[in-house]
Design a protein around this ligand. Structure first.
Ligand SMILES: Cc1cc2nc3c(=O)[nH]c(=O)nc-3n(C[C@H](O)[C@H](O)[C@H](O)COP(=O)(O)OP(=O)(O)OC[C@H]3O[C@@H](n4cnc5c(N)ncnc54)[C@H](O)[C@@H]3O)c2cc1C
Length: 461
């Protein structure tokens, strides 16, 4: 039993079904809950104001929940290893508990903290928490990682699933050590981003989870999930990203609903999340390079000017522009439209997928390095289990299939509110409205250019 231990919160900003916190509380008289704020610079490549704003709200909610349990969140800022070392010395803690973080930066920091603990003769305990199965639990018969999703998912689905642990209610005496005030965007020198981000915090996320798992949205998921208008999906990705809900509880709630095709389809999406985490774990170079070595020499001649137009949602392709406007307004974008916008940037505008990847990371509230990299490489045709490079989605026919009434487009592009839906599905010959541009490119021409780019790169290799 430890007299004092520290729970280092990272991507687990909740008290319910939190593995490391549960173990810390069971084996300590006093648990000091701590969060170490990063010192992101203003223009950091991997985050932006929407996600940091959401984080601020999550920390505020966590601090409130801890106060209700007669505890107190200790906030510090700086390199986590140095800050935790100070906190260990100030509190006399003899153990640090944390849940493992799948991000490369999180993993590297965990090693540094473990080294600090070893030097100070303090116990360091890390736990599986943000996934149902960690990368090394889902391997081929030869003990190798999977390069494609389908066999990975079959194995993943067949494994017994971990069950939730109880909510921590008691932490011992509240910490008396100094703590920083709750962060705001000014902490990182950021200006406000998307105005319509989801409500942050554990309670709001739990409400969303309960609402989704008890609703027709889950029961109709397999038929509806590709339609971007209205709510057709769980909209829980930011909650999984920050650990506001536990993946074990989400899985258990879905499984309790039944084993119909929609439930299975949904659970398979959760497996995609863990597949991409496994890819990033086993092939960390995907952050820098194409997963498929055949395509590491593909040229990306797209110019800055077209990238700027795409970033503003002014390409003249309504489904693409609606997606970007949704992202800029809410910090989120429907999955089908993420695929369409990403494929359009890489295959129609020939801009390097890494630029789009970084733009998404700076704007998404659910920005997750593994899923985002996987999604971009899939769309660019360069990734693990990617759409083959010759399968190039046509934004016009995609609109016809998935937004036939134009409801999604009209929601995010008010300048097209009065345009008949049929006109949103074919390249227009004259402007659709005085405020809306003509298409920036001809899709069929650009498609052929992309096929040539990829074929040449393959031949050269
Ligand atoms: C270019 C691109 C970039 C993406 N970037 C991210 C990202 O940064 N963060 C992120 O969480 N997802 C990302 N995705 C995956 C997917 O778009 C989102 O997870 C999904 O839109 C979130 O909405 P939802 O919670 O309603 O999903 P649902 O359809 O309800 O799916 C349930 C959960 O499964 C997971 N999931 C679903 N689809 C995928 C997928 N294709 N890959 C990995 N996990 C998936 C998510 O955790 C999601 O919350 C990206 C996809 C693409 C094509």
């Amino acid at each position: 039993m430890h007299r004092v231990s520290i729970h280092w919160f990272r991507r687990d900003l909740r008290l319910t079904d939190n593995t490391a916190l549960h173990h810390a509380a069971r084996s300590s008289e006093q648990v000091i809950p701590a969060y170490i704020l990063s010192s992101w610079r203003k223009n950091h490549q991997w985050t932006g104001p929407a996600r940091q704003q959401f984080l601020c709200g999550c920390l505020e909610s966590l601090a409130g929940n801890l106060n209700t349990a007669n505890s107190r969140l200790v906030l510090r800022q700086g390199p986590a290893d140095a800050e935790l070392e100070k906190l260990i010395r100030e509190t006399g803690a003899t153990a640090v508990f944390t849940n493992r973080d799948p991000d490369p930066f999180g993993k590297a920091m965990e090693q540094k903290v473990a080294a600090v603990c070893a030097r100070l003769a303090v116990e360091f305990k890390s736990f599986k928490d943000c996934v149902l199965h960690e990368p090394d639990e889902v391997l081929t018969g030869e003990g190798k990682p999977y390069r494609v999703y389908t066999p990975y998912s079959k194995n993943w689905l067949s494994l017994p699933k971990p069950v939730p642990v109880s909510r921590v209610k008691s932490f011992g005496a509240a910490a008396t050590v100094p703590s920083l005030p709750p962060p705001t965007l000014k902490t990182w020198g950021l200006n406000p981003g998307a105005p319509l981000i989801p409500e942050p915090g554990e309670r709001a996320a739990r409400d969303r989870m309960k609402q989704f798992t008890g609703s027709a949205i889950l029961r109709n998921y397999s038929q509806q999930r590709n339609l971007p208008a209205g709510q057709t999906t769980s909209q829980l990705s930011q909650d999984l990203r920050f650990g506001l809900i536990s993946i074990r509880e989400l899985y258990a709630r879905c499984a309790a609903v039944g084993d119909g095709v929609s439930i299975l389809t949904y659970i398979k999406e959760l497996a995609w999340r863990e597949f991409y985490m496994a890819v990033l774990h086993h092939w960390p170079e995907v952050i820098e390079h194409e997963f498929n070595a055949d395509f590491r020499n593909v040229p990306w001649p797209g110019e800055d000017s077209v990238f700027e137009v795409w970033k503003q949602g002014r390409t003249g392709f309504p489904i693409v522009d609606a997606g970007i406007r949704q992202l800029l307004a809410t910090g989120l974008m429907h999955n089908r439209v993420r695929m369409i916008t990403a494929m359009f940037l890489t295959k129609d505008l020939h801009v390097h997928w890494r630029l789009g990847e970084s733009f998404f990371m700076q704007h998404l509230v659910d920005g997750e390095i593994a899923s985002n990299n996987g999604g971009w490489q899939w769309s660019a045709g360069t990734g693990a289990d990617a759409a083959p490079y010759f399968r190039i989605q046509n934004p016009w026919t995609q609109t016809k299939s998935y937004d036939p009434e134009g409801a999604y487009i009209k929601q995010w592009l008010p300048e097209l509110a009065d345009v008949p839906a049929a006109l949103l599905m074919t390249p227009p010959v004259r402007p659709l409205s005085p405020d809306y541009p003509l298409p920036i490119v001809d899709h069929s021409l650009e498609r052929n250019r992309t096929l040539i780019r990829f074929q040449h790169a393959r031949i050269k290799r």
